[in-house]
Design a protein around this ligand. Structure first.
Ligand code: SF4
Length: 277
């Protein structure tokens, strides 16, 4: 099984951002509002003032200290390079102004599809989810097929409907993986306001933290193994020394938004952010 896990984790490498093969799409296509995560308003379709002509960020190493924490936390799941190099075959928006708006509309759809691929691929690494592997594999292949379609396709797809089908499988995966966790433990958190909560050293093993607001929560040395973390908001949560191995549906973006240290244990597919070192 461990070899299969390694293989499937390798299969998620194409779902990680490769900025050098992207036309800076997240820095152009998306709108940003002035907030604690971004210091000025930027309209969708307008290049960020920090984007260089080579499509890389001019302040990449200083994003957090300069007030661009949202950029550190953003993850396109590899959609940027897919749109740039596959859908538009390396023809960038500066040289092809006629496809510019369409490319910017395609990018957020591709991002959602790649995010779904991330979660579905993870499901195929989970032994407990074997009873639904064939269903997961089928929708994973359907989703991958969507990502390989022409640009016109993206503007017609019902992404909400497709996401609902994927979510149903992710929920079933979560139930299968956490089947042996007691109901009391599984439901411990759901529906609670956890902003700034003191959860230090808390046993949250197998807890349902789907979409939980954990902003600035103290999760130091907490046990989050097998916890369902899909969509949980970890901005400024302190994960120092916490154990998140075997947690479900955690993304690099969530980790990048949190605090932590070299003692934090992450799932194998994720890496310790630079600001934790
Ligand atoms: S600050 Fe850098 S990473 Fe953030 S949007 Fe601007 S160019 Fe992109």
């Amino acid at each position: 099984m461990s070899n299969e896990i390694t293989l499937n984790e390798k299969n998620r490498n194409h779902l990680k951002a490769d900025c050098e093969n992207c036309f800076g799409l997240c820095c152009v296509a998306l709108p940003y509002g002035k907030s604690a995560d971004f210091p000025f308003d930027k309209d969708g379709g307008t290049p960020c003032r920090n984007l260089q002509t080579n499509y890389l960020c001019g302040i990449h190493n200083d994003l957090r200290t300069k007030g661009f924490r949202g950029c550190v936390a953003y993850d396109c799941f590899g959609a940027g390079q897919k749109v740039s190099q596959f859908t538009y075959k390396g023809n960038d928006w500066r040289e092809n102004p006629t496809s510019r708006k369409e490319m910017f509309d395609v990018f957020p759809i591709m991002q959602q599809l790649h995010e779904m691929l991330w979660y579905l691929s993870e499901t195929l690494t989970l032994e407990a989810a074997q009873p639904i592997y064939s269903e997961v594999q089928a929708i994973l292949e359907e989703t991958e097929d969507f990502t390989r379609q022409s640009s016109e396709f993206f503007l017609t797809i019902n992404i909400t409907e497709h996401r609902a089908k994927v979510n149903d499988l992710l929920l079933r995966t979560s139930e299968l993986v956490r089947a042996k966790i007691s109901n009391q433990q599984k439901q411990f958190i759901r529906g609670k306001d956890l902003i700034g909560a003191n959860l230090r050293r808390k046993n949250l093993r197998g807890a349902n933290l789907r979409g939980a607001l954990l902003i600035a929560a103290d999760l130091r040395e907490a046990d989050l193994r097998m916890a369902d973390l899909i969509g949980a908001d970890f901005r400024d949560a302190d994960l120092s020394g916490a154990n998140l191995t075997g947690s479900l549906f955690l993304t690099q973006a969530q980790v990048n938004a949190a605090k932590g240290d070299m003692k934090t244990k992450l799932p194998i597919a994720l890496t310790i952010p630079a600001h934790w070192r």
